[in-house]
Structure formats: C-alpha cells, structure tokens
Design a protein around this ligand. Sequence first.
Ligand SMILES: Nc1ncnc2c1ncn2[C@@H]1O[C@H](COP(=O)(O)OP(=O)(O)OP(=O)(O)O)[C@@H](O)[C@H]1O
Length: 367
Amino acid sequence: MSEMHEKPARVTAGVTFAARLAFEGIGHRFTPHQATLHDVTLTAEPGEVLCLLGPSGSGKTTLLRIAAGIETQSAGRVLLNDREIAGPSVFLPPEQRSIGLVFQDFALFPHLTILDNVRFGLTALSREEARGEAMIALERVGLARYAGAYPHVLSGGEQQRVALARALAPRPAVLLMDEPFSGLDSRLKDTVRAETLAILRQSRATAIVVTHDAEEAMRLGDRIALLRHGRLVQVGTAEELYLHPADLFVAGFFSELNLLDARVRGGAADTPLGRFPAPGRNDGEPVTVAIRLSGFDVAEAGEGVAARILSRRFLGVVELLDLAVEGCDEHLRARIRRGQLPPGVRDISLNVNRSDVLVFERRRESA
Ligand SMILES: Nc1ncnc2c1ncn2[C@@H]1O[C@H](COP(=O)(O)OP(=O)(O)OP(=O)(O)O)[C@@H](O)[C@H]1O
C-alpha cells in the first residue's frame, strides 16, 4: 500500500523503560548427543539494538526462544536487569518476562481488526485502557487510521508494522525479533527496516534482532553478535567485525573474499600478489591471505601485478572480473567500478589495497 510515502507518527507516549538482558553461559541441547548452544555469554544493553547474526542452524532462534521463555536452556542463566528470569532456581513463564516478540510471518489474526490484533496481548488492562494503549502503539507505527480495518487490506510492510505495534503495546522491556523482514519483498525491506529502527529508537526498547544477512545486521545493529555452530564467535560494532574480524569465518560473513595459501617470511606473507604484513607470525607458518573482492585497483597498463581478464560481468554500479594471475592456482575475482576499464581490454595491471587484505592462521573454515 502506501508505506513508501507515509512516516510513522512522532508520538512521545508509549515508551518503555529500557532494560538490560544478559545471557550467562547458556548451553542448550535438543537431543542428548547434539548441543545447539555452547556457553553463550552475551548482554544486550539498555536501549540497544543487538543483532544475532549467523548462518542457518547456528542457534540464533533457539537463543531468542530461551530469552522469551518458550525454550529452556540446559545450562546457564538469563537475567533481566540483573534479576534472574531463567536459571537453576527460577523460570519465569513468557507472560511474566516483559518481553515482546515479533516473528517473520507477522502472525496477525485475519478475522480481527487491526486494533483488536494490537489489543490482543493487553489482557491485564480494562477494555478501554487496552484500546487506548493499542491506539498509542498504532500511532507509533503510523497506522492509527487503519484501526478498524482488517489485516488483508494492508501491504506486507504495513502488516509487519502492525505486528511491531502489537509487540510494543504492552511496553515490553525487551523486544525480540526473529527474521522480522524476511517475509517482505526486497523493494519494501529497506523502507520497513529503516522505519522499524526509528520506532525502536523512539520507544527506547532494548531489541534483539535475529538475521542471517550481514548487511541487514550492519544496517540495524548497534552491535552484532555472530554465532556459528551454537558458539559466539565475535561481538562488536559493524566496523569492528568488518575491519578486525576474529577469524576467516567472520571475515567471510561480511565480505566476499579471494583466498590464497601462503607462508610467512620475515613478518610478511608471500603471495603472487605481493607481500602482506603478518605481524606476530613465525617464519614458515602457513597462513591464509584473504583479499576482499573490492580490494583491487585496476589499470590498463602501469605498475602492478600483471593479470588477464577471463570474464567480465556487468552488475550495474560495479563490474565483476574473473582474473588469471601468474602463480595463483585459482582464478581471482575483483569488483571494480563500472567504466574503470575500457571495453575489450584483456591484459591489465593490478594493485591490492592493503586495508582489504587480512591474514589468518591457515585453517579452511566451513560455514
Ligand atoms: N525442535 C527442534 N528439535 C530438534 N532440533 C532442532 C529443533 N529446532 C531446531 N533444531 C536444530 O537446532 C539447531 C539450531 O536451530 P536454530 O533454529 O536455533 O538455528 P538458526 O540459527 O535460528 O537457524 P535458521 O536461520 O535456519 O532459523 C539446528 O541444527 C536445528 O536443526
């Protein structure tokens, strides 16, 4: 419908008190022989948007469900504002946790009006109070005028905003969102995502958002927690994870990479593309040199490593080159700005930007 033009209302009512949600040494297993989560310690600070990022099956949803009280951990504790809400001695049921949930499928009731959908969870209030709170939440997401309509008249993006209003209406201390935008087409995603972030900021709720999309995590998260096989690999800001990845897995999650095997000599890794600093590594140590696809300067002629273009694909703003370089067993890929090379050119010279090169201990990681 019209969410491209319409901005959520700027209302000041309906804010929550931001809370701190902490996972302490969380372990979880669905079966005795297979652990889903291993010793996860992680804190979402008050008012923060924390993204849980990781490939499919890494345990993101399970961690979210443990926070909500829909799943029980086998080890560790969950604390809300330093108070244990799930642990060896306590287990608060979901409705007593002051935690709101938004799922990818929106899960609106088709036979209830928008207002009644938002009012649904406000059972502790009188009918009139619940109506008032639901209207505040609908105003917050800019959809108050649809209060009497039914969900089918709304677009996917608007339905998602209703789901957000429903989760915010009880003024939860923490909002948990599981792949909240994956049901939206890519055209809508950016808008709804930006609107959701604005609403989260206004409502001051602490939010944990699950996604498997690194760019989405970078757009939304104040910090990102990256999970792999149920373990926390790295937690930090987008810049920290992108610029200083803890390992090759983290680097590969944020950038497409060329990987070259190399050995260290005199504090640098020797490759056919040049020597790259490998501080702290011993002579003879095998390493993997990772070069971002965007890390190349190309020219038709000049200083640099000689490369031959094997294929060249137009991708709009950029072009993707497949390159052969002497001494490299595998082809290299490079993303260059469109128009940087004239059409038809085959032999070029290549320079690597040092800031796009990362050197890791040699250990081929699988996702
Ligand atoms: N009810 C269940 N019973 C048994 N195993 C399960 C159950 N739910 C999830 N799993 C397994 O636990 C692991 C973690 O699943 P989880 O859904 O938490 O991962 P995820 O990172 O959220 O993945 P996705 O992005 O695909 O949703 C997976 O290997 C999954 O197959």
